[in-house]
Design a protein around this ligand. Sequence first.
Ligand code: ADE
Length: 356
Amino acid sequence: MARVRHDGGTVDRGALDRQGRDEDAALGSSLRPRTMDEYIGQGALKRKLRVFVDAAKQRGEALDHVLLHGPPGLGKTTMAQILAAELGVRIHVTSGPAVEHKGILAGHLTALESGDVLFIDEIHRLTPAVEESLYSAMEDGRIDLPVGEGSRARTMPFALAPFTLVGATTRTALLGAPLRERFQIVEGLEYYADDELAAIVRRTAGILGIAITAEAALELGRRSRGTPRIANRLTRRVRDFAQVRGRARIELDDATFALGELGIDAEGLDAIDRRILGAIVELFDGGPVGIEALAATLAEPRDTLEDVYEPFLLQRGFLVRTPRGRQVTRKALAHLGKPVPPRSGGGGSEQGELPL
Ligand code: ADE
């Protein structure tokens, strides 16, 4: 398994956050860190994965199967590529929607060489039939290949090279227990802290060849929704503004000006975040409102609301989930410039009482 080649394989992605991913791809992935040391943030995760990688290498075995979960743009794909690089193996990249039937999965699995990583992005979108044939591959290192035709059709077991499946999903809850339980390593990626994002912005600006002040980098980091993909996207856009304004280096006022033009407010909320909160306040009296009703009102896919917007709004305390649906918080009302009702002091459990 001492293969040192590290190539991308086929990259085929689902619709979710396609715009961001396409921008990443257009950059020739030059912004992606290639080693654990280059990778900023996710300290606890990196420490654990380093141990698992070192241990597997010492034993000369394939790394156990890894499930990475977390909101889009936090670096799950990047981490999979780094795992392969640090293991010194090749990575084959695909996604749940791209593996349309068992034959495609069999094609990927039989192409694996000893120790290789198979990365399946959006693994929660595999069909039940494909998912089931993945079970025997993960557990017994074998798949059943169809042979013969018509009345002579049957299947033949095929022994796979030892490999590591790295699956990525935005929400573990979407993954059925049978698949989830077949991963020996299950880890979540967390939203990044402002200073980590500032460090990513400085690194990205360096790669793009533009100087940036520490204050400007921190402001961009602060308004990047805890997400490196967004920090990188904003860095590129702010660079455009600074360049056209004739600046040799991005200063704080270039950053705040550009962010204003891009519709990103002081809390890092974008137009869609504000539309979501605004709709709950204006049309649903602050909530609670069910996700289906909200998605229909906003004409946004439910998945996008649940995977991209809601986790951030929850994490920042603009939204809470109650058994009866989503509800805005006092913080959200204050942020939108709406009247904030006084606290009743009655424990906050009565009908219509705002949480937080
Ligand atoms: N670019 C995107 N994510 C990154 C990370 N976590 N560290 C460094 N650069 C990045």
